[in-house]
Design a binder for this molecule. Structure first.
Ligand code: NAP
Length: 345
């Protein structure tokens, strides 16, 4: 089972959407010839992933990765870069940034003082990506960000949540101080708003920064002598019943996500609630296909249901993106020797 076409790396591969992506990537004939790396928090366990891999026909490895531990992110990236450099696995064709965490108001912090939602969803993924650019296929590699409606307070789908009803909650970031307040979890903290809405806003902020990364990293890669053919794009997977709701109240976790939403998904297969299989197909489509909506090179695009979707005004604000990028470089202590992106600072 030697793979030559490329490597597929998926974070959060033990999750609801992640294991659905892993199932398709490891068994569908169109992914024949690819080698998958499934990153999970604990590779000795990962029960959801292991159950879908019982039907795998393509080669794969499980990797332990904790995105909230930046030392661990560095070790994992270094090990992957070494394997690609040694020709043990092919270059990365698709890097799928899927892992996600939402605390539903039960706020927690990393050992280095970051809000876990910010760190797991954004900071760890940003660092992983910058480090792995060394190993990406420079002709046609794609990086796919799994986004969310929560990144845009003006998205009508958020109206029912009431999370962004207050005018002050319609903007996430203005300057270094407001970015730091989100990073450290003092903005919209559980102390300030103990309901799940406070956690949803911090989740939305982390997704905004990921989506800013789509635009900002693509801009920087476009100007790069080596990385100008690499694409970064995003997919909003829609609402799905997964492990994401595990920290939610019974009303949200069981009544809404396990009873009401599956009924909606059954009677409205093309409605607002999706199965993980369907969203997984969308993510893999974005990572591999060329189609009328994607074109040959889907640089900086963002999709909902294979339809181009405009990301929030804030995500497209070049000044704010610059602040977020530069502060992220500081938080991750990225060093020139660690990334091949020429304009990394
Ligand atoms: N479900 C929805 O309605 C929905 C809507 C919009 C967007 N999304 C996005 O879809 C993506 C997949 O989420 P999901 O719905 O499939 O939820 P999920 O079942 O909870 O899967 C998320 C995965 O991320 C992993 N993860 C969390 N924190 C991590 C960390 N610090 N380091 C490494 N991995 C970590 C989890 O690992 P463990 O298995 O070890 O916990 C889990 O496997 C996320 O980006 C999410 O934001 C979901």
């Amino acid at each position: 089972m030697s793979a030559t076409k490329g490597t597929i790396l998926i974070t959060g591969a033990n999750g609801g959407l992640g294991s659905a992506i892993a199932k398709q990537a490891s068994s569908e004939p169109k992914f024949n010839g690819y080698h998958s790396l499934f990153a999970v928090r604990d590779a000795t366990r990962a029960p959801a992933l292991r159950s879908v891999l019982s039907n795998a026909t393509h080669p794969y490895d499980l990797i332990s990765l904790d995105l909230t531990d930046l030392d661990n992110v560095r070790q994992v990236a270094e090990a992957i870069n070494a394997r690609v450099a040694a020709g043990e696995i092919p270059s990365i064709q698709a890097l799928i940034l899927n892992a996600g965490f939402q605390d539903f108001g039960k706020q927690i912090w990393t050992e280095d003082g970051f809000d876990v939602t910010f760190s797991a969803n954004y900071l760890g993924h940003w660092l992983l990506t910058l480090l792995l650019l060394k190993s990406i296929n420079k002709d046609s590699g794609r990086i796919v960000v799994v986004g969310s409606q929560s990144h845009d307070p003006y998205d009508k789908r958020n109206d029912g949540t009431g999370a962004f009803a207050d005018e002050k909650d319609k903007t996430f970031v203005n300057d270094q101080a407001s970015f730091e307040a989100i990073a450290k979890g003092t903005w919209s903290s559980a102390q300030e708003d103990p309901s799940w809405r406070g956690g949803f806003r911090r989740y939305g902020a982390s997704k905004l920064f990921l989506i800013m990364m789509i635009h900002e990293l693509q801009r920087r890669m476009n100007l790069d002598p080596v990385l100008s053919n690499v694409c970064i794009l995003g997919v909003d997977p829609g609402t799905m019943t997964t492990g994401l709701q595990r920290h939610a109240s019974w009303m949200i976790r069981v009544l809404l996500f396990q009873i009401i939403y599956p009924i909606i998904a059954f009677f409205m297969p093309n409605g607002p609630v999706r199965t993980t299989d369907k969203s997984a197909s969308r993510v893999l489509h974005a990572a591999f296909e060329s189609s009328p909506e994607l074109g040959e090179s889907p640089k900086g695009l963002y999709f909902l249901d294979q339809v181009l979707f405009e990301t929030s005004a804030e995500s497209r604000d070049a000044h704010k993106r610059d602040i977020v990028w530069k502060e992220t470089v500081k938080y991750t202590h990225l060093d020139q020797s660690e990334t091949i992106l020429s304009n990394w600072q």
